[in-house]
Design a protein around this ligand. Structure first.
Ligand code: DGL
Length: 282
């Protein structure tokens, strides 16, 4: 995992930035609130350009750079790229772009899967962009070359989550249709390689059965971030509860309803960004 650590005392009480195309990154935010409750969080949801996972690599890189620039300019002390589609396309570019404590969700989830698997048969589900990039296959091969990795794109999961269709017969059937071919490979561990998917965790677990371990990137990612900020001596010593401020690039609609229900708390603030705040947003 990346070891680049930026120490800058002036950043101590600055927020942690998190971005995703929409609701998915809130799975990481929930874990951040649990493990680092006093930190302020700036969340960026790119609703205007969602979904990312069906777009080309060039487009995704462009969006990811714009989102990172926006949050960097806010003076954050660390950034979580809480979107697998963005991370698989653009981490190398983002690392060169700014000197920032930067964490993504792919390597932490891959490490967790390798440590959890019993028979070395790991399934990965994610968006088309992430699956095409083979980012998980590469990450797993780097740490444990003997593992067998089987992947499956599930493009309908993101719209289901954004609509708040987290249960019910239609969603159950779609989940089953995507996961049945994967189960034929007798996987024992399944990486939820899109941050939207933990919102469908219950249905996914019911479909694959309790013997398959589900890997949600949120826990290992936040642990990794905490480690980096700790080494940089940038964990706040404040004792008040952190604020969660949200920026979105289009009318929030379902985002607030589904997001607040998932987090079990209200957003301290939600702001709609104007086109001029983000390049290439028309
Ligand atoms: N949640 C994102 C991911 O982890 C993006 C989903 C999308 O916008 O397609 O890939």
């Amino acid at each position: 995992m990346s070891k680049q650590i930026i120490r800058n005392k002036g950043l101590l009480n600055r927020p942690i930035g998190v971005f995703d195309s929409g609701l998915g990154g809130l799975t990481v935010v929930r874990e951040l609130i649990k493990r680092l409750p006093n930190e302020d969080i700036l969340y960026f949801g790119d609703l205007a350009r969602l979904p990312y996972g069906i777009k080309s690599k060039e487009q995704i890189v462009q969006f990811s750079c714009a989102n990172t620039d926006f949050l960097y300019d806010k003076g954050i002390k660390g950034l979580v790229v809480a979107c697998n589609s963005s991370a698989s396309a653009s981490m190398r570019i983002l690392r060169k772009r700014h000197a920032i404590n930067l964490v993504d969700v792919i390597m932490p989830a891959a490490c967790e899967a390798v440590s959890q698997t019993r028979r070395g048969r790991i399934g990965v589900i994610g968006t088309q962009a992430t699956m095409l990039s083979k980012a998980y296959d590469k990450a797993i091969m780097k740490i444990a070359p003997k593992m067998k990795v089987f992947s499956q794109a599930c493009p309908l999961f993101v719209p289901l989550v954004e609509e708040g269709w987290l249960k019910g017969e239609i969603t159950r059937k779609i989940v089953k249709t995507y996961l049945t071919p994967l189960m034929r490979h007798r996987i024992d561990t399944l990486i939820l390689g899109c941050t939207h998917y933990p919102l469908l965790k219950k249905l996914i677990q019911q479909t694959v059965g309790s013997q398959v371990r589900l890997i949600d990137s949120a826990g290992p990612t936040v642990k990794h971030l905490k480690n980096i900020l700790g080494q940089a001596r940038l964990l706040t010593e404040r004792v008040r509860r952190g604020r969660l401020s949200v920026y979105v690039t289009d009318r929030p609609g379902n985002f607030v309803k589904v997001g607040e229900r998932f987090l079990g708390r209200h957003f301290s603030e939600i702001r709609l960004l104007r086109a001029k705040a983000i390049p290439n947003l028309n």
